[in-house]
Design a binder for this molecule. Structure first.
Ligand code: F6P
Length: 353
């Protein structure tokens, strides 16, 4: 049996842990197996850049951050356009040339769309849900998410002590352009005063009032703001219109616009902290190591059972799978009535509404 593995899209902690789990389990099930590590995600499959990897090479990587295979972002549009000569057709051809029996794909939103497309072309695909954004449909959690929550929480925890010492308002900009899961979890777990996520557009006046109140009560204020946080007016615009409007205003990020407004309206010293890609780096958390092991070993069982065209999921604490065609292209947003939003409000956290 010949199996190809690739990791695609933005990296996160846990990619190596999943591959280790998969390879250990599949080699225990099937003794005659050849594993091919495909370089840099779909790019490697398009360009036939791969090499045979011995099962032992997947040892000692449980705790290793990043991906030993490398990764890249490939746009779904570019992969699937140009009729029969598109990159997807190239991938199909290379899959056949490599004589693969299965293709294991670790990736996020966009990667899953392409995985579903390849599955539709007849490739034996099994996907695994990776992303710090936790936005893949049909799974309670994606791997990498909890590791990022730990990092973002630690970052906000540290910001709190310096903000308190200086009596400052500090905005911590958390990754997440479309969805706010990471900001919500990190904001709650660090006791942020205000949480801003794309799914709940803020009202600038109410937000300023909330900052003023928090400052009056405790002398400093911590705002956990998602990269993609937006105000109510911006929420009415299309993405293109939003980008244009922000460029006109001269402040391209939500954090900068909010900091500017706080300084102008309240004359409160305000700082912005952007942990950025640190949130994707380093070793997976113990929780992630466990679900990565569960998901990787589950994928091996799917191969054994010839169950393809699916992605592994965590459902109510149990590992299961969803059809790629059912989940591809859907985004798991934070529902505005989610119980965590209510819990946050119950402890006095403002969402700037
Ligand atoms: O999808 C994961 C993610 O980390 C997002 O939260 C973030 O907006 C984006 O990737 C950053 O992408 P890049 O690594 O290309 O800068």
């Amino acid at each position: 049996m010949k199996i190809g593995i690739l990791t695609s899209g933005g990296d996160c902690a846990g990619l190596n842990a999943v591959m280790r789990g998969f390879v250990r389990a599949i080699t225990a099930i099937e003794s005659k197996i050849e594993i091919y590590g495909i370089k840099d995600g779909y790019a490697g499959l398009i360009n036939r850049e791969y090499h045979a990897i011995q099962a032992e090479e997947f040892s000692d990587i449980l705790k290793l951050g990043g991906t030993i295979l490398g990764t890249s972002r490939q746009s779904y549009k570019k992969i699937t356009q140009n009729g029969d000569n598109n990159k997807a057709a190239q991938m199909k051809e290379n899959y056949r040339k490599m004589d693969l029996n299965a293709l294991i794909i670790l990736g996020g939103q966009g990667t899953h769309k392409t995985a579903a497309f390849l599955s539709g072309l007849g490739l034996n695909v099994i996907a695994l849900p990776k992303t710090i954004d936790n936005d893949i449909w049909g799974t309670d959690f994606t791997f990498g998410f909890h590791s990022a929550v730990n990092i973002a929480t630690e970052c906000i925890d540290k910001i709190q002590t310096t903000a308190a010492s200086h009596g400052r308002t500090i905005i911590v900009e958390i990754m997440g352009n479309k969805v706010g899961w990471l900001t919500l979890y990190a904001g709650i777990s660090s006791g942020a005063d205000i949480i801003l996520i794309p799914e709940i557009p803020y009202d600038m006046e109410k937000l300023i009032k909330a900052v003023e109140l928090v400052n009056k009560q405790k002398g400093f204020c911590i705002i956990a703001a998602a990269e993609g946080a937006m105000n109510e007016e911006e929420a009415m615009l299309t993405k293109k219109e939003r980008i244009l409007k922000r460029a006109e205003q001269g402040e391209t990020t939500a954090s900068k616009r909010i900091a500017k407004a706080i300084t102008e309206e309240l004359s409160i010293e305000t700082r912005i902290v952007v942990p950025g890609h640190i949130q994707r780096g380093g070793s997976p958390s113990p929780y992630d190591r466990v679900i990565c092991t569960q998901m990787g070993t589950y994928a091996a069982k799917l191969v054994k059972n010839g169950c393809f065209g699916v992605t592994v999921a965590l459902n109510g604490g149990k590992i299961s799978s969803n059809k790629l065609s059912d989940i591809a292209g859907k985004i798991k947003y934070v529902p505005s009535k989610h119980e965590l939003i209510q819990a946050a409000k119950d402890v006095g956290i403002s969402f700037g509404e």
